[in-house]
Design a protein around this ligand. Structure first.
Ligand code: ZN
Length: 282
């Protein structure tokens, strides 16, 4: 569906008064399905009849012509997400989904270069600018649906950091860790976990060698601390394509890949979105 058509149909959808106060469906005749881990920090996959429209909490969602859509549960979300679908025959259903609560770890990391934990004033503007560029790139809702076939692990390694853990870096409480760390030697190949297009490829202060890939409908993944980046902005990447090498650039105590996933600005745990268990370390 072209963007203009999508916006037009979305406007028609939100104008439908039947969805102003949607009833929670309690019968088993709902004609759409939501799959995924359905827990905090996970990506949910929606499937509805072709030609349907979908909304999350009253706001239109992108949906493929054959009825596939996605949304994410925030890492600390405790409220229900309301999914509404209008079918091409004019009928519709709404259901709410409350993500399963997770217990996150507390992780102490010592030995980080102090200038990366409390950056000197002269680099704060640079860090803010880089964070803004990432934020802006994650606003993208492309028409692709590469996320639909699921994700592979991008690199082998020892899982040295988990999603959502409260980080105490050199004794200072910093933002929770929103990604999976795979410890692996410098130069270990990183492969695209799904097809996508590259929206950022650059060297950032904290993130080091950084690549952001768009997988459609707001789903994106990124790769931090790379020693080498092998794709550039605008590249279309195939599943399994070599996109870079593991490194220790930016805020890192040792060589590892920090792999993160988002639905727009909602931070997701990529380890809960893979289609296979993680590979053995090298
Ligand atoms: Zn990390």
């Amino acid at each position: 569906m072209r963007r203009r058509e999508f916006l037009a149909s979305a406007a028609a959808f939100t104008a439908t008064s039947a969805f102003a106060a949607p009833p929670s469906s309690t019968n088993g005749n709902v004609r759409f399905a939501i799959t995924g881990a359905l827990e905090q920090g996970s990506l949910a996959f929606g499937a509805a009849p072709p030609g349907s429209l979908a909304a999350l909490d009253g706001r239109p969602l992108a949906i493929t012509p054959d009825g596939h859509f996605a949304f994410g549960f925030d890492w600390d979300q405790t409220r229900a997400s309301l999914v509404s679908v209008r079918y091409p025959d004019g009928g519709g259903d709404s259901r709410s989904f409350t993500p399963t609560k997770r217990q996150y770890e507390i992780q102490r990391v010592n030995g980080l270069p102090q200038e990366t934990v409390t950056p000197p004033p002269q680099v704060i503007a640079r860090i803010n600018r880089e964070n803004e560029l990432i934020y802006l790139a994650r606003m993208t809702s492309s028409e692709g649906s590469d996320f639909l076939s699921g994700f592979d692990w991008p690199a082998p390694g020892i899982e040295s950091g988990v999603f959502g853990s409260q980080r105490i870096d050199n004794g200072v409480a910093v933002a929770p860790h929103f990604g999976v760390d795979m410890a692996a030697p410098v130069g270990t190949p990183i492969h695209a976990p799904a097809a996508g297009s590259v929206t950022i490829s650059d060297d950032y202060y904290l993130d080091g060698g950084f690549t952001l890939m768009d997988h459609g409908q707001g789903v994106s993944t990124c790769y931090l601390h790379q020693s080498k980046r092998l794709v550039k902005v605008g590249d279309s990447v195939k599943r399994g394509q070599l996109i870079g090498h593991v490194g220790q650039t930016g805020r890192a105590t040792g060589p590892h890949l920090h792999w993160a996933m988002n639905w727009f600005q909602v931070k997701l745990d990529p380890s809960r979105c893979t289609r296979k268990p993680k590979p053995d370390p090298l």
